[in-house]
Design a protein around this ligand. Sequence first.
Ligand code: C2E
Ligand code: CA
Ligand code: CA
Length: 545
Amino acid sequence: MYLCELDSTVVEVNNQAIETLGLAKANIVGTKLSCFSKRYAVSEFEELFLSISDTEVSTFEDMQNNTETGTFPIEARGIQISLNNQKYILILARDITVRKEAEQQIFELAFFDTLTGLANRRLFIDRLASSLELHHANASSGAVLYMDLDRFKTINDSLGHGIGDKLLCAIALRLTEILPTEATCARFGGDEFVVLLPEAGESDSICAETAAHIAKKIIEHMGTPFHIDGHLLYCTISVGIAVFPASDYSAKDILRHADTALYRVKALGRNDFQFYDPEMKSSAQERLQIEKGLHQALDKQEFELWFQPQFSAEGSILGAEVLLRWHHPERGVIFPDEFIQVAEESGQIVEIGQWVLEQSLKQLAKWKLQGLPEGFHRLAINISPLQFMQVDFVERLLALLQTTQLPGHMIELEITENMLLNNFDIASSKMSLLKQRGISFAIDDFGTGYSSLRYLRYLPLDILKIDRSFVTALSPSSEEAAIVEVIIATADRLDLVVIAEGVETAEERDTLLALGCHCFQGYLYSKPVPASQLYELLAKELHAI
Ligand code: C2E
Ligand code: CA
Ligand code: CA
């Protein structure tokens, strides 16, 4: 409490004020109140005090400031009082540090991403909206870069959220290091990062040039692996770019455009950037259309199974992989890369997967009746994680074996590493049950998940499929050769068969052979073909014997 004259000279203080200021009373009384204020000068206090009435309390905020106790925020309430016919101002001040901190925290929660400290969606849209107005006014251009990490889910699922979070923070840091200071970088939750580049050029084309340069820089910088908790994490990024202002689009429109461009990058193979082009259909629209179409696809019998044969080193057919094709009434053939993910997210994969199983087994039973060559061992069927995790998956598959009268050893299920790591116990007990009936298991896309090798030892696995990415352009001197060699050595130790997928050239095959892989699948041998064509190939072998 301070009692001051109208010119802000302190005439009396209470003990709390003495304690708070950490000064002797003699050093407080007689000085101007502005000595302890960071915001108000002597003249300003005089002006303020003149405005304080004797009927109503005035409130103002200040920063208490003195050499003894440092600076902290206060809230002061003042009123004019009369003592012995003399007018004074009575000030009651209190420390509001805690409240200010809470306010700051609320502000940060409202506008910043708590994990990375970057802007959040709300702040970003705010800034983009005001920046749009500015760009309209001064006829310059800016750009929005919408980014998404490729395969972040794999890292998060296999190594855990703790590591996933640390990786996101490390990425946020790397982004802020390379972006120009005027850029706003935000995280929209998950692994989506968005950058606003204001005033990046006087024209759209100059702006596009700048944006492309920055996108390249970002992609390049993500190329260096991240060291996190003893893991070396490789992370690539895809970038969609929208330049603004193009006509009268709102901030949300521009974001959607950048997101659409991003979706296109993903569809074209990731780790790259693309500019929005009005021809692109929005990703949400596209996904929704696929989801709608899938609803009818089963009823209208638009699905078809194709088969890709697998070969031994001697060139005979060992088996075949079932690959789904969708004959869309308007769009023609759609490949699974375009719809499996959507079906997985919407849950439709459960029904579709069951259909694939049924049809595959029926087809195999038919072929078995017609006669199969001796070397043909089994049919490999892709099983999505959601499908495998259904409580009745085992039961249904065993029932199908029963109705088709097929021995389990003619069926191979292709599953992915990530599924095993997420649900190790459930997956392993289901696998054991099926294994007892002779069904074998292959790990698909082996080497692309961030997995520990632990499960290889504890699960009833039979086959490792070396991912196509290691096989493409494989030559004895390529870096991939070393990886493939390790995969094959691991498989040998664990008594697993290795098969290479995506074998396109004789050089790839020869390198694989030299490294010890004896089973092949790929365009070099045969593309996926309809059932009748596969049987023609099989019949040829049958008759050759
Ligand atoms: P995947 O299991 O890795 O299947 C191999 C993919 O590689 C197939 O693509 C195949 O056509 C392609 N391929 C085979 N040989 C070569 C080659 O030499 N070069 C190149 N560039 N590609 C080759 P497809 O049929 O488009 O299938 C894509 C993915 O969709 C599959 O990858 C699989 O994960 C998924 N999928 C396909 N059918 C089913 C299914 O019935 N159920 C489930 N859950 N997933 C499926
Ligand atoms: Ca597969
Ligand atoms: Ca594969």
